[in-house]
Design a protein around this ligand. Structure first.
Ligand SMILES: C[S@@+](CC[C@H](N)C(=O)[O-])C[C@H]1O[C@@H](n2cnc3c(N)ncnc32)[C@H](O)[C@@H]1O
Length: 315
């Protein structure tokens, strides 16, 4: 078993500050990863608190178990989807939590070492599943989805303007040969994006398509929506919800949910009275989204796109 951990936790001080945990608290950490945040949260809730560390990825759970081997009284590790927060806690006979934390997306360990095709700079099998027992992989999406469906996910989850050309070229490639490797996909994308545009564009030409595929394979946005709703209901009054997102689609979901929990009316301005049933149930404690300092980005470039938001549930 390989317990190497490359992942540096992002916005660590800020996470601890906004979670504001104390001895005895029960915290739900839905994205355990390499346990970088988890181990520091444990120090805040010890000796009597508990953290429930959840991940879909068996490799992440092994790395975390190794790292947390001296804290077994304070941690419960669970292989599951964070969207199932309700059933996870029910099985553990935990009724309420004091903190709910999500550090979304993918870890450096998964990009660098999993061999599952998360990176466009490596030639690996197209897999992209967090959960190795799930049936949908990047390979099945690319080889089985209709052209229109591919175009739709590339637009929706990758905000990729060349989605139609890329989808068309994927379909014509797979008519002769199954697409199995990230290198093949990167070549198709390179051929589909006009060179004048490729040169002006920031970042790798395959970045948006890889993001779109990962979101589709892991149903990431559905899980996030469900987790925020269910997690909020399970928070104790005075409990905190803290999230870190890495792209605009995730951040928009978190922002809108938080606005909803804080009771801001979302009716169209032409409505004379509120019909959306807005009710203030939480205070957003990050009035502006929290971004990493340049010094953190210099040390950990992965932190660059991170956005932290936090709220406190009313008592
Ligand atoms: C950014 S990493 C977390 C890193 C961690 N905070 C640390 O500092 O080591 C995100 C982790 O969440 C996991 N993950 C993503 N979506 C998930 C979901 N719906 N349910 C459970 N785990 C998920 C991924 O497998 C990955 O290990």
């Amino acid at each position: 078993m390989n317990f190497e951990n490359f992942h540096k936790p992002v916005l660590l001080k800020e996470v601890l500050y906004y979670l504001n945990s104390k001895d005895g608290d029960i915290i739900f950490d839905g994205t355990l990863g390499g346990a970088g945040h988890t181990i520091e949260i444990i120090k805040a809730i010890a000796p009597t608190g508990k953290i429930i560390g959840v991940d879909l990825d068996s490799q992440a759970l092994s790395t975390a178990a190794h790292k947390l081997k001296n804290f077994t009284d304070n941690v419960i590790l669970v292989k599951d989807n964070f969207a199932n927060v309700e059933s996870i806690l029910e099985k553990l006979k935990i009724k309420k939590i004091n903190g709910f934390f999500l550090d979304l997306g993918i870890s450096s360990n998964q990009i660098e070492k999993s061999g599952r095709g998360f990176s466009y700079v490596r030639d690996e099998r197209l897999d992209m599943r967090f959960n190795d027992s799930s049936s949908l992989s990047a390979c099945s999406v690319l080889n089985e989805y209709a052209e229109d469906k591919l175009k739709e996910i590339f637009y929706k989850y990758g905000e990729e303007r060349w989605a139609p050309r890329i989808a068309k070229n994927i379909v014509s490639y797979r008519n002769t040969k199954k697409i199995k490797y990230t290198g093949e996909l990167v070549d198709i994308i390179r051929r589909s994006v006009p060179s004048y545009y490729k040169n002006r564009r920031k970042g790798h030409p395959a970045k948006r398509i890889f993001q779109a595929l990962r979101i589709e394979v892991n149903k990431e946005l559905e899980s996030l929506n469900k987790a925020l709703d269910r997690g909020f209901e399970l928070l104790e009054g005075g409990g905190r919800m803290v999230t870190i997102s890495y792209h605009s689609l995730e951040d928009r979901i978190v922002k809108e949910k938080f606005i909803g929990f804080s009771g801001r009316c979302t009716c169209p301005p032409e409505f004379p009275v509120c019909k959306c049933g807005a009710r203030k149930r939480a205070e957003i404690i990050t009035k502006k989204v929290v971004r990493p300092l340049q010094s953190e980005i210099n040390e950990n470039p992965r932190a660059k796109s991170a956005k932290l938001r936090a709220l406190e549930k009313l008592k």
